[in-house]
Each structure stands twice: as C-alpha cells, then as structure tokens.
Design a protein around this ligand. Sequence first.
Ligand code: FAD
Ligand code: NAP
Length: 339
Amino acid sequence: MPAMLPDFSLRARNSFGFEVLAEQAYSITDAEQIGAVMEAIESAGLPWRVLGGGSNVVLPPTLSGATLLMDIAGQAISQQDECGTVVSVGAGVNWHDFVIWTLDQSLPGLENLALIPGTVGAAPIQNIGAYGVEVGGNIQSIEAYDCHSKTMVTLPASECAFTYRNSIFKAHPKRYIITRVHFYLPAAWSPRLRYADLAAAFANRHAPTAEEVMVAVCKIRNHKLPDPKLIGNAGSFFQNPIVENAQYLALLKQFPELVSYPEGDEREGKRKLAAGWMIDHCGLKGKRDGAVGVYQHQALVLVNHGGGNADSVLALAKTIQDKVQDTFGVALLIEPIRY
Ligand code: FAD
Ligand code: NAP
C-alpha cells in the first residue's frame, strides 16, 4: 500500500490554481494498490475521490478524507496487424504526451485531441472531444477497479455509454477507478478537418498528415485558449446545450445570428447551440468579478486571475447561467466536476 500523504497541497494539481489541501492523499502507481487503499478508506468511513491532472474539477479549499492521485505510468503497443493497432496506456500518463507518442509511432487517429490537458485515465470520463473527434471512438476497452465488486474488471467500449461529454463513468462517479485504457487505432486514416478553424489552416493545400493536423490544432488552441500555467482555468466551464429542433427554430426567429450545429443523426432533430456565443451575446465575455472572470477571447472559459476559489467561480457561473436562462430560456450545464 502506498504511503498516506497528510495535508497534501493540490495547488499544482488543479488547473484553476486554487489553494487546495487534501487531508489524506495516496499516489497510486499500480492498479494492485487500489484494493488495500479502498479497504483502509472504507474501514475508516472516510469520504474519497479520484484525481487525475485536476483540469476538469472545481475543488474546495479542503478536501476531507482521502484523495487518490492516479499516477499509473506506462504505454505500449499490445497488438498490431494490417488493420490496426491496440495501444495500452496507464491512467496516469499525460494525455498530450500520449498523443505525441502515438504520432511518433506512426499511429494516427488522436491528433485532433492534441493539447487537451489531463491524464489518459480521465479521458474516458467525459469522453473528451475536440474538433469533431471524441476519444470514445478510439477506445477498445478500459481496465478499472470496480468499487462494487471490489475486483478489477475490463469494460469493452460498448459498455461505457460514450455520448457527448458523457460516459458511464461520469454518470456513476463512485463505481469505477480507471487504471488502464486500451486504444484501437485503425491503419486506415484520413484527416478530419470539419471544424472551420482547422479547415482554414489547410485551405488550398494538399491533404495534411496527422502530424501536420496535430501542429495546427496546437497552434489554434494556443492562440484561443488560456494556458493554465499562466492563467488558471478548467477549459470550457459549460457544455454546449443540445435542444429540440422546434426550440432551436423558435430561438432563431428571435436571434437570427445564433450559432448552432446539427447534433448527431439528422433524424433525431436536435441542435447543439454554441454556449460561448450565447454568453457573449449577454455581454458577459471578459466580465470580471473580483479574482475570477470570463476569458476575454473565449466566453466558455472561466478564469482565475489569482486568489479565486471554488465559491467565487461558482458564483460567477450562477450569474452566467441566470442571464442565459433569462435571455434564451436555455439552461447551461456546468462541465467540470464539483467537489
Ligand atoms: P481531473 O480533472 O483530475 O478529473 C476529472 C474527473 O475525472 C473527476 O471526476 C475525477 O474523479 C475523474 N477521474 C480522473 N481520473 C480518473 C480515473 N483514473 N478513474 C476514475 N475517475 C477519474 N476537455 C475536452 O473534452 N475537450 C477539450 O478540448 C478540452 N480542453 C481543455 C482545455 C483546457 C485549457 C483545460 C484546462 C481543460 C480542457 N478540457 C477539455 C477538460 C479536461 O482537460 C479534460 O476533461 C481531461 O480529460 C481531464 O483530465 P484530468 O486528468 O485533469 O482529470
Ligand atoms: P470553436 O471551434 O470556436 O467552436 C465553438 C463551438 O461550436 C464549439 O464548442 C463546438 O462544439 C461547436 N462547433 C464548431 N464547429 C462545429 C462543427 N463543424 N460541428 C459541430 N460543432 C461545431 O470552439 P473552440 O472553443 O475553439 O474549441 C475547439 C474545440 O476544442 C471544440 O471541439 C471544443 O469542444 C474543444 N474544447 C473543449 C474544451 C473543454 O474544456 N471541453 C476546452 C477548449 C476546447 P464542440 O464543443 O461540441 O466541439
């Protein structure tokens, strides 16, 4: 069993940069350690939670009980044939480093997801997505500690219920502790340039390589998004709301400029509304409220200018949710996990 780390600072392990103290922390470097740690936690009746890189959480100043820091390393090709490759990766591996590693191995497929902060083990939790690609599409199976059966299990992707920014893991947060992810990267590959920023990067050019797509994604993201090392944030603070077509058409009459995209299968008749546009339309882009604010270049991102905390960012979020609800009649859901 790993040593218990008392009063462990998570300041460097939450991308908002909030001052956070974990009463007890355990660095999990091997899946086999989890059973004993969970037994100790349960017999002491402690609250607990899992933390990866802390880039999609809002943490309070004190995290009572136990915090499991997922630090399982290692990545390797586990199967390969002419159709594709299976890569097995520890939950604690940095996501972006892993994407770069796949490209170094000439394994394209994850390049649109470059530069997303956090760990491989957290990627399935909200089925991370960017530029029209979702990680669930490349997951073959997931190894996890099942807190119900107290055993290690392997879940095929078909049992993970991956949908837009959601999965079985997000829906049932205390059930599985992910230890390893098996990715399937098909040999057949073509660039996915559906999003306008990415398409523009390659307009009037030859079809790019996966490496070139990755470089373009990094360039766009570096230009548009705040670097958590410089200004604390958790990426998009709100999900893009998905509404019925009838509601979308009614809104469009009132707001002809409303930015939206067809969602899923057209027969489903749903529409994804750009929450960033709605917040901007309410005049809140760049709004500052003490230590926290709405990022001036991307209204979906809330930032910690320094000295903010969970209460201040959640109060700002509530102001935004209320304004968007009053203006558009649409509820904005908070994306990061709150503790
Ligand atoms: P954490 O924040 O540590 O944890 C998130 C949740 O997952 C928590 O509930 C935690 O308990 C749980 N968890 C973590 N690891 C495990 C595990 N091994 N087993 C079980 N549960 C676990 N997200 C996107 O989808 N697309 C983007 O393009 C994107 N861009 C971002 C840009 C910036 C600048 C930032 C700051 C964030 C962005 N995000 C994006 C959000 C975030 O990077 C992802 O959600 C990422 O997967 C979180 O990883 P993490 O390791 O930091 O997870
Ligand atoms: P963007 O390209 O300016 O687009 C704004 C919004 O419109 C995005 O949220 C995106 O939805 C949607 N969109 C744009 N083109 C679309 C298309 N062709 N089809 C369907 N939906 C489309 O967004 P951005 O802020 O620069 O981010 C770029 C990508 O990185 C997006 O995919 C975004 O989700 C992702 N990202 C996510 C986070 C996070 O924390 N979750 C943070 C930063 C960036 P989607 O969000 O559904 O893609």
